[in-house]
Design a protein around this ligand. Sequence first.
Ligand code: NAG
Ligand code: NAG
Ligand code: NAG
Ligand code: NAG
Ligand code: NAG
Ligand code: NAG
Ligand code: NAG
Ligand code: NAG
Ligand code: NAG
Ligand code: NAG
Ligand code: NAG
Ligand code: NAG
Length: 339
Amino acid sequence: MLISLLALFTLAPLALAQNETFLAGFVATLQSAGLTQLISIAGTLNGTANGQALLANISNGSPHLLFAPNDAAWAMAPSNETSDNNTLLDTFSYHIVPGNFSNVDTMYQNVTLGQTLYSDPATVHLEGNRPQVVAWTVRSDGKTHVLNQRNDSTVVNTTAFGNITIYIVDHVLHVPENLAAAATANDALPAFDTVLSSASLAFYNSSTNQTSDVTFFDAFDSGYRGFTLFAPNTAAVNASNSTLQSLVSNRTAINNILYNHLINGTTVYSPLLAGSEKYTSAAGQTLSFSINATGQYVTLGNITATIVQPDILLPNGVIHIIDQVLLDTDNDPSAASSA
Ligand SMILES: *[C@@H]1O[C@H](CO)[C@@H](O)[C@H](O)[C@H]1NC(C)=O
Ligand SMILES: *[C@@H]1O[C@H](CO)[C@@H](O)[C@H](O)[C@H]1NC(C)=O
Ligand SMILES: *[C@@H]1O[C@H](CO)[C@@H](O)[C@H](O)[C@H]1NC(C)=O
Ligand SMILES: *[C@@H]1O[C@H](CO)[C@@H](O)[C@H](O)[C@H]1NC(C)=O
Ligand SMILES: *[C@@H]1O[C@H](CO)[C@@H](O)[C@H](O)[C@H]1NC(C)=O
Ligand SMILES: *[C@@H]1O[C@H](CO)[C@@H](O)[C@H](O)[C@H]1NC(C)=O
Ligand SMILES: *[C@@H]1O[C@H](CO)[C@@H](O)[C@H](O)[C@H]1NC(C)=O
Ligand SMILES: *[C@@H]1O[C@H](CO)[C@@H](O)[C@H](O)[C@H]1NC(C)=O
Ligand SMILES: *[C@@H]1O[C@H](CO)[C@@H](O)[C@H](O)[C@H]1NC(C)=O
Ligand SMILES: *[C@@H]1O[C@H](CO)[C@@H](O)[C@H](O)[C@H]1NC(C)=O
Ligand SMILES: *[C@@H]1O[C@H](CO)[C@@H](O)[C@H](O)[C@H]1NC(C)=O
Ligand SMILES: *[C@@H]1O[C@H](CO)[C@@H](O)[C@H](O)[C@H]1NC(C)=O
């Protein structure tokens, strides 16, 4: 009985029928917007079971937002992101966001986040198997930009079919890269990178059952499923240099400082870092947040840092760049473990 129930649930997504009438109208809309490559890719995916499930989801009549790369965008996309059917499915599903986002126009630094249909367990490692999100915002040029992209990716036109809003974009969107790649790509992070690479912590590796010292960098990149890291920019790290240097021989103190920049186990995107929401750092201290016309802030004790770049998305968490080190060497293990 259990086995047949499991089989039923496993097969359930394939049973979802595509609405052929809907998809024909949808494809005609893409056609008149000149999106011939996108139609061809949908056709390729339609030859695979997972691709069919994706098209069934789009055609179910409920509201969706589709980021639709134009033909020039597909021509520029790296071939490793479009060549095999699995990567193509990951890429395509990252462009689809169920939900109604009409009348949602956030101005940077405020950001809109949408949970996409990209949830490949091989590459998305958020807590609770949550699907990956995509982040976008209107910048001062008046255009909608997708965040975290190697190439500035903007919405160049919009159209719609039924409940599907189509944002035509000038680049194929890349799915989030790991911490090492994201940190290397960000000009503000080299000093913090160095701190993460030189500080170490005891880390339990569940595939070998061994506990060993690894760098924070390696721990975040491989072992963590769901985290929020407040990463001080290089100016902030340099401004705290003498204090950090004086503590360098005290591993407990350095680790506590790093743990106070971390919400462990929970990926908290910027829209939730506001108002009365409080989180407990991995060192058991209270992090509180505020937002006003000047910016968004994180407070620990008597230090309030400005979030200078929100929502750097990772396969297993999120980074917000801040302009001060949250210099607090205190640790409250009981508060940390109950968080
Ligand atoms: C399929 O889509 C068409 C056109 O959008 C709609 O009129 C029809 O009700 C849909 N059929 C089903 C079964 O949802
Ligand atoms: C998917 O394939 C089915 C049958 O093979 C076809 O009827 C349908 O038009 C295709 N849909 C798209 C969007 O290519
Ligand atoms: C990708 O899917 C198409 C069906 O749309 C199939 O013809 C092709 O063989 C698949 N490619 C690979 C490498 O599996
Ligand atoms: C669009 O979505 C709304 C809300 O989910 C639904 O009530 C409406 O029937 C949908 N419209 C179409 C054309 O499917
Ligand atoms: C494709 O290659 C580029 C560099 O050539 C790399 O940065 C990217 O992560 C690769 N993408 C995938 C999906 O492997
Ligand atoms: C935007 O789309 C509309 C309708 O499809 C079209 O008339 C217009 O030329 C497009 N604008 C650009 C800049 O591509
Ligand atoms: C790790 O421990 C688990 C449970 O105790 C066990 O099933 C697994 O085989 C161990 N793995 C290794 C590599 O020792
Ligand atoms: C930080 O302090 C160390 C030791 O005092 C010094 O060698 C290093 O140059 C300083 N770095 C910066 C960026 O100020
Ligand atoms: C190291 O730092 C911890 C945490 O701040 C502190 O409790 C401890 O006394 C320090 N040890 C030394 C030798 O200074
Ligand atoms: C974060 O949570 C994981 C999983 O519960 C745990 O293994 C790890 O030790 C925690 N890290 C810190 C710094 O608290
Ligand atoms: C961001 O949102 C906050 C809170 O709603 C608001 O006070 C602020 O003016 C907004 N900033 C921008 C640039 O729209
Ligand atoms: C916004 O909050 C910050 C941090 O509390 C404060 O320094 C700043 O003056 C506030 N700005 C406005 C316009 O209220």
